[in-house]
Write a protein that binds this ligand. Structure first.
Ligand SMILES: [Zn+2]
Length: 416
């Protein structure tokens, strides 16, 4: 599957013709790869755009848009496998779509300059989740700095974010003690990627490479196209992950399946995680080091936790009985974060566990997870080619902060 399908190539043509044409047209107009910007939605007679205000609730916004509460409930149901609406915050943009008869027919949520989520009303009254994406590419920026005080303070001064500094700590921290081993005058060079669509930034960034020079010794980490970081020798420096979010394996009650068909509608209804038959109260552990990105209580997903593991990895834990961590907390691999439960719309006590790599759900029980391993044998030539490109950029970038208009090394692009 292509990572960023151009919608003109893969429009909503798979749908049968009984579905509302309005949303199809909306998607085409908004996601055509030729359009320079999002189309002006006010041009659509059937679209009302709202921006979330502080203190707004979803039900208030829906009421104000004259949408029946049953539709909100069914949209929440369609969102349960993704939780995209959980990202709503003041300023978020929602587009309410109405058919020619004036009936509410769909909702679009703008995630960033390249992505919208559409919830399309089906003839049976249910809603279907659809991710609409423009093509994106990455532009690299090189940041340099000199240690003056702590690495943390020096790195922030050079323009890195807190999350990026934490990731550098995760990647290189096992090799040296940042507090004790670094001296004033030691230098660091960091390559940060900015995701772009056309000429607009999406706001997504990634740490592509880091090198820390301490006297004659250099410590480095390079992001490879498998989502893992390696040193110059191709040895993994990504902190290892656990396979299971529990202290012992449990029976799989429902497998990961992106092509699952809904038993009634026959439509594709993906299961983006794996269900483990955990009795209520089973300790749940974070499968990797990371930061708690979100905690919530969703009518369908129940109490849940999202953990950002830095770099390409994220995990998600649903239907929890009790959450034991706070939003923003740093957690370690194997740390107890929750007790499993049966909250939300659930057919019985279980844990729904998801692993995302590069923003896409993968089967957590079979995916390649970072272990203390090296670049796979078959990929060594590709890794070395990318490495020499990145080293050259990091060495020769003229200024402290220089945007490369040239593409990121081809090997860093998402795999097709
Ligand atoms: Zn599940």
């Amino acid at each position: 599957m292509k990572t960023s399908p151009a919608l003109t190539q893969k429009p909503l043509a798979e749908k049968d013709s009984s579905e509302p044409r309005l949303l199809e047209q909306y998607a085409k107009d908004n996601f055509s790869s030729t359009s320079k910007e999002w189309s002006e939605e006010s041009l659509y007679s059937g679209v009302r755009v709202r921006h979330v205000q502080p203190g707004d609730t979803l039900s208030e916004i829906f009421q104000a848009s004259e949408v029946p509460s049953a539709d909100l409930s069914r949209i929440m149901e369609a969102d349960a496998e993704y939780l995209s609406l959980e990202t709503l915050k003041p300023g978020s943009e929602l587009s309410f779509l109405y058919g020619s008869d004036g009936e509410f027919s769909g909702l679009a949520l703008r995630l960033d300059a390249a992505r919208k989520i559409a919830y399309m009303k089906l003839p049976d009254g249910r809603f279907e989740y659809q991710k609409l994406e423009k093509d994106t590419h990455w532009v690299s920026e090189v940041l340099r700095g000199r240690i003056d005080g702590s690495l943390y303070a020096s790195a922030l001064r050079s323009g890195l974010t807190r999350a990026q500094v934490l990731l550098i700590d995760q990647l290189l921290g096992s090799k040296l003690d940042f507090r004790r081993d670094l001296r004033a005058g030691d230098t660091f060079t960091v390559m940060v990627g900015h995701e772009m669509t056309d000429s607009h930034g999406t706001g997504n960034t990634r740490l592509e490479a880091v090198s820390l020079a301490r006297g004659s010794r250099t410590l480095s980490a390079f992001l490879f196209d498998d989502g893992n970081y390696y040193n110059e020798k191709g040895e993994s420096v990504t902190p290892a992950f656990l396979r299971w979010p529990t202290q012992k394996p449990f029976r799989v009650s429902s497998a990961f399946n992106q092509n699952r068909l809904h038993p009634i509608t026959g439509r594709r209804s993906p299961h983006n995680g794996v269900d483990l038959a955990t009795p209520t109260g089973t300790p749940i552990v974070s499968t990797g080091d990371g930061t708690v990105r979100r905690i919530g209580n969703h009518p369908y997903a129940g109490k849940y936790i999202d953990i950002d593991h830095g770099g390409a990895h994220a995990t998600r834990y649903l239907h929890l009985h009790k959450v034991l961590v706070k939003k923003g907390a740093q957690v370690q691999r194997g740390q107890k974060i929750a007790l499993s439960g049966n909250t939300g719309r659930s057919t019985g006590p279980h844990l729904h566990f998801e692993l995302h790599i590069n923003g896409r759900p993968v089967d957590p029980l079979t995916a390649d997870i970072p272990t203390a391993a090296s670049v796979p044998r078959g990929a060594i030539a590709r890794f070395k080619e990318q490495l020499s490109e990145q080293l050259a950029i990091m060495k020769y970038a003229a200024s402290r902060s220089e945007l490369f208009t040239a593409d990121t090394p081809s090997s860093l692009k998402p795999k097709s």
